[in-house]
Design a protein around this ligand. Structure first.
Ligand code: ADP
Length: 246
């Protein structure tokens, strides 16, 4: 279970997260939607501490971090917390000088201290899972954007995280490559891996989400099943947004 309480984040004077409360049960897929600038990416980045929240609490797995009130969190604690999360970035962020399989092995060996053989075995199994076993020895520049992003997903999974975080994973892709990445994500959702996904792909949210979270102007305005949010929402802001994007 992931639990977020009263999370706040400012950039200078700009208050981007204004008190976020969320609970995501283990094994569920939560999809965060909402207008550009509403704080979706910032929330996701706070969840793996790429951004440090100003106040609030995040519980993940066996760990809880409390921010604010001059709370000093030790670096070792931050590192241990972050290890529980796997991030899939908009721009893949693969190491260009490493092959696909080396990209998936690197963190396993350096962060988790797995042996090279063990890391290779796991990496191959994961590349197989995302349909790229035969591309294991290709460098990122030899792969399409969709293939690179699938390597990115395998790389995040290789760390056995408690939660996979996806930050607009398909928005840098040519339209014809979006489907292959969404398919991999849908398969993962079926396996009951805990996932939190920021996306503009409303059809994906409708099909794959256990819970849809609608963010607006730094708060969670509404959350519920896809049916509750997409079909039955009584909220004017939600309706306006959905009318624009669907
Ligand atoms: P969304 O993902 O919903 O589009 P973001 O979380 O990316 O929203 O951004 C929310 C607001 O925070 C935007 O106004 C954005 O410009 C601002 N912002 C995001 N990251 C930073 C940063 N590192 N420094 C300053 N402002 C930022």
């Amino acid at each position: 279970m992931i639990k977020i309480e009263n999370l706040h984040k400012k950039f200078g004077e700009l208050e981007v997260l204004k008190g976020i409360d969320l609970e995501i049960p283990t094994g569920k897929t939560a999809v965060i939607i909402g207008p550009s600038g509403s704080g979706k990416t910032t929330l996701l980045r706070c969840m793996n501490l790429l951004e440090t929240p100003d106040a609030g609490k995040i519980e993940l797995g066996s760990r809880t971090l409390q921010f604010g009130n001059n709370a000093k969190i030790k670096t070792a604690e931050l590192v241990a917390f972050r290890k529980q999360t796997g991030m899939v970035f908009q721009n893949y962020n693969l190491f260009p000088h490493l092959t696909a399989i080396e990209n998936v092995m690197e963190g396993q060996m350096i962060v988790l201290k797995r042996s090279k053989e063990e890391a290779r075995k796991k990496a191959l199994a994961l590349l197989d899972k995302v349909g790229l076993k035969d591309r294991a020895d290709n460098y990122p520049h030899q792969l399409s954007g969709g293939q690179q992003q699938r390597v990115g997903i395998a790389r995040a999974m290789a760390m056995d995280p408690q939660v996979l975080l996806f930050d607009e994973p398909t928005s840098a892709l040519d339209p014809e490559l979006v489907g292959e990445v969404l398919k991999v994500m849908k398969d993962l959702a079926k396996e009951e891996i805990t996932m939190v996904i920021v996306t503009h792909e409303m059809n994906f949210a409708r099909d794959a989400a256990d819970e849809v979270i609608f963010m607006d102007d730094g708060i969670v305005l509404e959350r519920g099943t896809p049916e509750e949010v997409f079909e039955k929402s009584q909220n004017k802001r939600t309706q306006q947004f959905l009318n624009k994007v669907t």
